[in-house]
Design a protein around this ligand. Structure first.
Ligand code: GLC
Length: 555
């Protein structure tokens, strides 16, 4: 595989609104990010992905952009961003912005002009269609619930929004729109950013002409994915975008790609792929029900292992996936993949090790490095996230009591990950001197960075060691390019694999349960590279793994 500058990097996602607030308005800001660069450098981070910081009405927390060339004043100024890029560069850290180009905000100038003249030049920037017999042009449902079509005033015209009605979809079939997007991408790359995380990109290609699909719920609508699955041709747009932008700058791009078609992975992340990498979402979509969150099946440790291993096999010899346990759209990984009641510091460290040493680019989501958990929200009114409110409604519609519906959204809400970062035990976890825009998780007095900093056994210090190991001169080639081979797959609730380098053989093995487990080693080990308990028990040919023990062994 041809080596690329991003292969040996460790990335960190910042959700700026909840990272660190320096001006007391209760909202995190760019100066807050600048002030924490030394912290991130010390942790071992090379790439920062910033969730959107552009002007936005925040109907979907910044993923509804009203001006692609500016910074929302709540986050700071363009000068702040330039300073952030420069300060990051001094520390050898690259900045990625979020590229949200499936849709913009309804408050974007383009859409405002389109509303004034829906059949004119700007009307063609969007998907505007006539209604059918006084109803929407087709029966597709938006991701956030309800029809994906919104009527324009009292006309018979509707515009398409696969997400919130304040997020009209941009018409990628229009070459003028594509040119606008590519110009904007190049403008940012010229500013010195290293690349982009690319939002919701599989949605840009619609199956045209729009038509109805078989309804999948009682509302008579069909999931918009039925429409997306029907089309081909997204790759033409993606390659054109790559050639007009990223490729010229040798930029790093990581796509938010769900369900690419079988066999298409090399087109996405192969040597000549349209992106540098895509996220592996196989664990996050596992067990998801078409009916809604209330019907999702939990992911067991063996399911988790299977998902990771399938993805590793799928990408083998093709390219690099980006590995995560959580992001701003998911609950906390430690609350999701560690069975209920078993979440300890040991278990958190084990999960960290198991996903981090897979082949691919590891991404850490803010707060993950201190083991932040899901939040015990106790009322639906405490939530901000649009999809949480919709899923609560869907659960109620399906006969769940308010308490049961709350329980369901508590497990999956995006707000679990969006609450403020827990810096210390002072008021509001040290996140802001003002009133935080979203609840601060009540566990912050016990779990915060300051406390973990002083405890050498903390999850935080473990993450530092894990990152250092992956980047160490001695082992990095094996962790980055070494072959991946599953191990002990017949054992229940053990997740283990080898990474095999030119002259190194490393075993990563975790006991995904509370009870002890004995494992016969296929060959004796020479050195323990990392572990999450004080001692490793065994007799050279076998290991006695304690509950949620993980060890990284050089054989
Ligand atoms: C992506 C983002 C998510 C957003 C959606 C619409 O999935 O990660 O936060 O709601 O796109 O932009």
């Amino acid at each position: 595989m041809k080596k690329q500058w991003w292969h040996d990097k460790v990335a960190y996602q910042i959700y700026p609104k909840s990272f660190y607030d320096t001006n007391g308005d209760g909202i995190g800001d760019l100066r807050g990010v600048i002030s924490k660069l030394d912290y991130l450098k010390d942790l071992g981070i090379d790439i920062i992905w910033l969730s959107p910081i552009y002007p936005s009405p925040f109907a979907d927390q910044g993923y509804d952009i009203s001006d692609y060339y500016n910074i929302d004043p709540r986050f700071g100024t363009m000068h702040d961003l330039e300073e952030l890029i420069a300060e990051a560069k001094k520390r050898n850290i690259s900045i990625l912005l979020d590229l949200v180009v499936n849709h913009c905000s309804d408050e974007h100038e383009w859409f405002q002009k389109a509303l004034k003249n829906p059949t004119g030049e700007y009307g063609r920037y969007f998907y505007i269609r006539e209604g059918k017999d006084g109803k929407e042009p087709s029966n597709i449902r938006s991701y956030f619930g309800g029809s994906a079509w919104e009527q324009i005033g009292d006309t018979n015209l509707y515009y398409l929004h696969l997400f919130h009605k304040k997020q009209p979809d941009l018409n990628w079939e229009n070459p003028v729109v594509r040119k606008e997007i590519y110009d904007m991408i190049n403008w940012w790359l010229e500013k010195g950013i290293a690349g982009f995380r690319i939002d919701a990109i599989m949605n840009i290609k619609k199956a045209l002409p729009f038509h109805d699909y078989e309804a999948d719920r009682e509302d008579g609508l069909a999931d918009c994915r039925a429409m997306l699955n029907e089309n081909d041709g997204v790759m033409e747009f993606l390659k054109e975008m790559r050639d007009s932008t990223f490729r010229r700058y040798h930029a790093f791009t990581v796509g938010e790609v769900f369900n690419e078609k079988k066999g298409d992975l090399s087109e996405f992340i192969g040597e000549d792929g349209c992106f540098s990498s895509i996220f592996d979402f196989s664990q996050t979509v596992f067990g998801a029900s078409e009916k809604g969150w209330y019907d999702n099946q939990p992911v067991t440790p063996d399911d988790y292992r299977q998902c990771c291993f399938n993805s590793q096999k799928r990408a083998e010899g093709i390219g690099f996936l980006s590995n995560i346990i959580e992001n701003h759209d998911e609950p906390r990984g430690v609350s999701r993949y560690i069975p209920e009641g078993e979440c300890s510091d040991e278990a958190k460290k084990m999960l960290a090790t198991l996903y981090f040493l897979l082949q691919g680019i590891p991404f850490i989501y803010q707060g993950q490095e201190i083991g932040m958990e899901n939040v015990p929200f106790d009322s639906i009114d405490q939530y901000d996230d649009v999809s949480t409110l919709e899923e609560y409604r869907v659960a109620q519609l399906n006969g769940l009591t308010n308490e049961q519906a709350l329980e369901a959204v508590r497990r999956y809400s995006r707000d679990n990950a969006r609450v403020p970062f827990q810096w210390d035990s002072s008021e509001n976890a040290g996140f802001t001197k003002g009133t935080p825009w979203l609840l601060v998780s009540p566990d912050y007095p016990a779990n915060n960075l300051k406390r973990q900093f002083t405890d050498p056994d903390s999850v935080f210090h473990y993450y530092k060691k894990l990152i250092a190991l992956r980047k160490s001169e001695e082992y990095k080639d094996t962790f980055i390019y070494g072959q991946f081979i599953p191990a002990y797959t017949d054992e229940e609730r053990v997740m283990a694999y080898y990474r095999i380098g030119e002259d190194q053989r490393i075993l990563i093995i975790g006991n995904f349960k509370m009870a002890e487990q004995e494992i016969k080693l296929e060959q004796p080990y020479r050195k323990v590279l990392l572990h999450n308990y004080e001692t490793v028990s065994g007799n050279g040919t076998s290991l006695l793994l304690k509950g949620y023990e993980v060890v990284v062994l050089e054989l």
